[in-house]
Design a protein around this ligand. Structure first.
Ligand code: B12
Ligand code: SF4
Ligand code: SF4
Length: 355
């Protein structure tokens, strides 16, 4: 598939929804590269849904960067997080606090980082209650996929480095993955703040591996924005909680449904019941995207959850047998991992089934 088919163009694009002054302000925050064509009309991509043949979707794509780039990546990330554009919410800060571009003390010989994007499709789970069936969306990253970090580590060793003597360490849980993917040229940021990768749109999960293998190329890239975003606002219009801010690239994380429905606790008072559209997380700013059109339609069904199990979930009865069955049926759905996190499933299912 050509770059243009995925809505990605090799030139730098600045979105028309940013005024010149706003874009310059963003530049200070993000070190964004402004193209010569900035402010002019007449360039941009096509919209519209299209069919994507699943067999043509790459399983993964990757790029590499030398670890000597970590210092500037860290400075850029720190600068963003210090900006008032980013949430001060504790749940958000707790998630980003452990992320950094530091080389682990036990791996001083690390020379390169391999950033990988793996295609990930949506799943649906069917629950039954009082004769009614609820087919509920489980977005990528909330079920155990055939492709995972351990498998990708093996692929990095066998297909990318092609040498079993090199050390490879999975650092996916400890680095800011989107910035790494964008700066390595693996993908482009979209207005929905996600990384779009050629041939898989934003339906990809990101991973990173450190290695003592020294790749010849430094793929350092400018921060590009998806070409389509210049003339499109579908993600903005479809967001159930109005996270998109005029003139600001970062979404308002404080309003993102995912920030609340991944964690236990009551939903904020301002959040409408209709804002909940998935069993966990939210996919609205991806499934409405014309660039993601063909990828959004690729999904599979998980094993059905019985009426008896559905009732137990709604009553919060997390016995061992139920947890075991749901772990299998929902493929390690995070809220079935223990009694402690089970209330997340009870709350999220209650709001979707109006029970
Ligand atoms: C914290 C977090 C969240 C938080 C905050 C989200 C956010 N936008 O930061 C919450 C809980 C809300 C969340 C939600 C989701 N998340 Co999340 N999340 C993360 C996590 C742990 C860290 C992200 C992070 O570093 N944020 C901090 C900000 C500062 O980073 P940033 O967004 O890259 O910011 C850069 C840009 O804004 C840029 N910049 C600033 N100004 C400008 C201006 C322009 C024009 C440009 C181009 C760039 C630019 O500079 C910043 C860096 O310096 C990562 C995992 C990881 N280890 O990285 C997953 C991750 C980002 N999440 C992911 C996913 C899939 C989701 C959800 C889709 C899940 C779901 N289905 O509900 C939603 C999407 C919400 C959204 N639209 O952003 C994937 C994204 C994959 C991809 N292809 O992009 C990741 C990478 C997990 C993974 N392993 O794949 N997430
Ligand atoms: S829906 Fe959002 S991310 Fe997708 S092309 Fe339109 S503006 Fe960009
Ligand atoms: S994940 Fe949902 S709530 Fe969050 S920005 Fe996207 S559409 Fe809005």
């Amino acid at each position: 598939m050509k770059d243009s088919d995925a809505g990605i163009t090799p030139e730098c694009r600045v979105p028309s929804w940013l005024t010149r002054r706003e874009a310059l302000k963003q530049t200070l925050v993000a070190g964004l590269f402004l193209p010569r064509a900035f402010g002019q009309r007449g360039f941009g991509g096509r919209g519209g849904r299209r069919y994507v043949d699943p067999s043509q979707i790459p399983v993964y794509r990757y790029r590499t960067l030398p670890v000597s780039r970590f210092r500037e990546l860290q400075a850029e990330y720190d600068k963003s997080l210090a900006s008032p554009l980013y949430s001060r919410a504790k749940d958000f800060r707790d998630q980003v606090a452990p992320l950094s571009f530091k080389i682990p003390a036990d791996f001083p010989a690390a020379k390169s980082v391999v950033v990988v994007a793996a295609f990930a499709k949506s799943m649906y789970a069917r629950f039954t209650l009082d004769g009614a069936q609820f087919r509920l969306l489980v977005p990528p990253q909330y079920y155990a996929d055939d492709m995972n970090a351990a498998k990708l580590r093996g692929i990095v060793q066998k297909e990318i480095i092609k040498n079993t003597n090199n050390r490879i360490v999975d650092i996916s849980e400890s680095v800011p993955l989107k910035l790494l993917a964008a700066r390595s040229g693996l993908g482009l940021y979209g207005k929905n703040n996600l990384i779009f990768v050629d041939g898989m749109g934003s339906y990809n999960l990101l991973y990173a591996f450190l290695t003592d293998y020294a790749f010849a190329d430094d793929n350092w890239s400018q921060l590009y924005i998806l070409d389509h975003c210049r003339r499109c606002d579908r993600c903005d219009r479809s967001c159930p909680t109005a996270c998109f801010l005029r003139g600001s690239f970062p979404i308002n994380i404080d309003k993102c449904v995912t920030l609340y429905n991944e964690k236990p606790g009551a939903f904020p008072n301002w959040m409408l019941r209709s804002s909940h559209t998935a069993l966990i997380g939210c996919l609205r700013c991806q499934d409405s995207c014309p660039v993601d059109g063909g990828f959004a339609g690729i999904s599979e069904m998980l094993e059905d959850v019985s009426e008896d199990e559905t009732r137990k979930i709604l009553k919060g009865m997390a016995d061992d047998a139920l947890l075991k069955s749901l772990q299998r049926k929902l493929r390690q759905f995070p809220a079935t991992a223990s009694r402690e996190v089970f209330p997340i499933l009870t709350r999220n299912l209650s709001v979707l089934t109006r029970s």
